[in-house]
Each structure stands twice: as structure tokens, then as C-alpha cells.
Write a protein that binds this ligand. Structure first.
Ligand code: PMP
Length: 407
């Protein structure tokens, strides 16, 4: 991990100086949301102090500044995902809204009774519920790619689910509950061979690994700004340009139109047709700053450092008596999900919080995959590149202390 200067990186995140219950904050809830570097916080202030205006439709200087800042952010996202064009980058509220957008626009327009959608057993509720709603409405069938005992998708079973009825495969690149990294490219290729479109949920991937939509060749890719060191309330839907343009908008209003009469409306091409109303301009600009920050650290350096940290953490947690790790796929990132014998996950979460250590304890909005492993809830520390070995040591020591308190 020589490529990453952890002390310098940590100094960029003001909240890491925070104290909780008299202890230095140890933020291990990165899968829920990530902390923000000073450059993102300052960029949002700068926008409100010097650039704030609505975009695209005024004659004045601030409208030009705000529009430039917003469109510059779109270009940063394009580069970050290696999309072919900024026309393929739609700003939305987050991954959840992006998936709902595809279900409620493309899904309603193109899917017919009897069509099939394939999801994976790893999905977050955000990539289950919108498809279920659509399936009920349209008479579709949902099929699920199973996982093995390590929490990796079983590709042979996936191949058997695919048929000419399959119209969509929608799955996550990284499981938020287990940390499994799925073989995206292979899944996409097989789906395309069957004539299906593919949506990839990148919510848990973009802060940990390179996401190249042209290489992955997915039809849509979604993520949330707040999970990649940017603000809440802003996220991205990437879609292939021709596909976006043949899809009818889901929300109507200002910005998304070319011409309106009482009889008829002509829509903009993408991305405008999917951005009805005043968007979250300032936070889009903040997301652009977050992407700049990630570029400055280097996503490859981040991935390498986090791999080292995950291996270190896995070793230490395995030494805690009675701790069962759930999710042991060889290809994993960031997440360590576990249960501790004799304790509820709430008790473990509360004990860690007493020592300033923030983890999530619960079902992580992914109940099906936890139930696959026979549990309703896990404790879930999740790593980012600003976590240190000292953070992991504190976590392991705290768990060992808790363990000893029961012997
Ligand atoms: N997909 C995955 C894999 C996630 O982890 C999350 C957030 N936990 C979401 C989708 C939804 O993201 P958001 O709540 O930011 O819309």
C-alpha cells in the first residue's frame, strides 16, 4: 500500500477528526454512505457563494456559470465511467431513482406479459422492488441467479435461466451485504447473446474499482453520489445513447421538452428528456468535485490499498472466537459481514458505537441474500481508502473485549 499516503488522505476528511463517546470516530459504515473530502464541501459552498442560479434558461452571467459548472460535472462523470458521450449521463437522485426510472420508462414501454427479468440473489431491495412492481403490473416473470456457499453467483445456473423470453438482466457489480464482486462482463455477454438488455447496479462498486461502461458493455449503469465521497441527493443513470433516445420519458415538466402545445409535446433527446424540472445542480457540481478527488488519489491505488486492508481485516476477524463471516467469495471488496455467537447484531453494533466505531447492524436492505445464509441480520463493517490498519485493530480489539465479557 505504499502508493497511498494514509495520513495525508485522512487529513482531507474533516469528519474523521470527530469524537464519538469520547473516542476518535472510526467510520466503518462506508457501504451505507461515505464521508466527504474538504474539496467537495468547499466546492458546494463555492457554488452557492459565486455561481448559484437555475441553469439553461436565463440571459445572465450566473446562469452561464451554473450551467457551465453543471455540464462540467456531467463531463467528469462521463470520463469517470468512460461513457462515449455526455448525452449518456442522466443526473438523478441516486441509484434507487435511476433503477425506478428504467423500470418505469423502458420497462413500461417495452416489456410484455410473459417476458422474463433475471435478477441475482445478491440484490439490494432497490434492484428488486421496482421490478416486482413492474412484474405485477405487466404480468412478467422474475427469475433469480443463485449464489454458492461463498456468496458468488453460480454462472451455470444463470445460463440455464436465460432464454428468448429473457428481456432484462439486472444485477449488482458488488454486493452491499457480502462484498462479492460479480463477473459483470461475462454476465453481460451471455445476456446479450440471449437478446436481453442489462442494467448494472454500480452503487457499491464505483468507490472501490474502475467502472468502464464501454468495456463492460452494459446497457445501463447506475450509482449514487453519496457512496463515492460526493453529496446525498445526486446520482447517475448511464444509458447507451440510442436506447435512451428510443425510451419515452417518465416524468414530464420543464427542461425536458423541445416544444409544448396543449395538444402535443416534443421531448428533448437524452439526457434532457429524463431531467424534468430543476435538478440538484449544486450537488451535481459537488459530485464532480468528488470524482476529481478520486482521480487525484487514483482508483487503482485505492483498489490495491483496500485489498490489502480487507485481507488484514479478514485475518483479524477470523481470530475472534464465535465470529462467523458471511460472504467469503475469492473476489470481494470492502464489506465484512458477520454474526457473533451469543450476541445479537444490535448488541454488537451498540458495543462498537460505545467505542466510537460506526458499523451497520441490520438487514442492509438485502433481506433475500441474508436469508440465503440463514440469518436476518448481520454486523457489517465496510471499508474505504481512508480507513487504516489502526481502525481495523480497534474493531478487532473491541470485538475480543466483548467476547471476553461473556466468558
Ligand atoms: N444498490 C446497492 C447495491 C446499494 O448498496 C444501495 C445503497 N445501499 C442502493 C442500490 C441504493 O442506493 P441509494 O439509496 O443511494 O439510492
Amino acid at each position: 500500500p505504499q502508493s497511498l499516503d494514509i495520513n495525508r488522505v485522512r487529513a482531507d476528511f474533516p469528519i474523521l477528526q470527530e469524537h464519538v463517546n469520547g473516542r476518535r470516530l472510526i467510520w466503518l459504515d462506508n457501504a451505507a454512505t461515505t464521508q466527504k473530502p474538504r474539496s467537495v464541501i468547499e466546492r458546494i459552498s463555492q457554488f452557492y457563494e459565486h455561481e448559484n442560479s437555475n441553469i439553461h434558461r436565463a440571459a445572465h452571467e450566473l446562469a452561464a456559470r451554473a450551467t457551465d459548472a453543471y455540464e462540467a460535472a456531467r463531463e467528469k462523470v462521463r470520463r469517470f465511467l468512460n461513457a462515449a458521450s455526455t448525452n449518456e449521463i442522466v443526473f438523478v437522485r441516486g441509484a434507487t431513482e435511476a433503477i425506478n426510472l428504467v423500470a418505469k420508462s423502458w420497462g413500461e414501454q417495452f416489456l410484455q406479459p410473459g417476458d422474463e427479468i433475471i435478477l441475482s440473489h445478491l440484490e439490494h431491495h432497490a434492484n428488486i422492488v421496482p421490478w416486482q412492481q413492474l412484474a405485477q403490473q405487466k404480468g412478467l416473470q422474475i427469475k433469480v441467479i443463485p449464489v454458492d456457499e461463498d456468496g458468488q453467483l453460480i454462472l451455470s445456473a444463470y445460463q440455464q435461466l436465460l432464454s428468448n423470453k429473457t428481456k432484462l438482466v439486472s444485477f449488482t457489480q458488488v454486493s452491499n451485504a457480502l462484498g462479492t464482486v460479480t463477473p459483470v462482463r461475462q454476465i453481460v455477454e451471455l445476456a446479450h447473446q440471449a437478446g436481453a438488455k442489462v442494467l448494472v447496479d454500480g452503487a457499491q462498486a464505483v468507490s472501490h474499482m474502475r467502472a468502464d461502461v464501454q468495456w463492460l458493455d452494459c446497457d445501463w449503469y447506475v450509482f449514487s453520489g453519496h457512496k463515492v465521497f460526493g453529496p446525498t441527493g445526486i446520482g447517475v443513470l448511464y444509458g447507451k445513447e440510442a436506447l435512451l433516445n428510443e425510451t419515452q420519458p417518465w416524468q414530464g415538466g420543464g427542461n425536458m421538452i423541445k416544444d409544448v402545445t396543449f395538444e402535443h409535446t416534443q421531448y428533448q433527446l437524452a439526457p434532457g428528456r429524463f431531467e424534468a424540472g430543476t435538478g440538484n445542480i449544486a450537488d451535481a457540481v459537488g459530485l464532480g468535485a468528488a470524482i476529481d478527488y478520486v482521480d487525484h488519489i487514483g482508483i487503482d491505488a485505492i483498489q490495491q490499498y483496500e485489498h490489502y486492508l480487507l485481507v488484514y481485516a479478514t485475518q483479524l476477524l477470523k481470530e475472534v472466537p464465535g465470529l462467523r463471516l458471511i460472504g467469503t467469495a475469492p473476489d470481494k471488496t470492502s464489506v465484512l459481514s458477520f454474526v457473533l455467537k451469543d450476541f445479537t447484531t444490535e448488541q454488537v453494533g451498540a458495543a462498537l458505537n460505545q467505542e466510537g466505531i460506526a458499523v451497520r447492524a441490520g438487514h442492509h436492505c438485502a433481506q433475500p441474500i441474508l436469508r440465503r445464509f440463514g440469518v436476518e441480520s448481520t454486523v457489517r463493517p465496510s471499508l474505504a481508502f481512508y480507513n487504516s490498519c489502526a481502525d481495523i485493530d480497534a474493531l478487532a480489539e473491541s470485538l475480543l473485549r466483548l467476547r471476553r465479557s461473556r466468558i
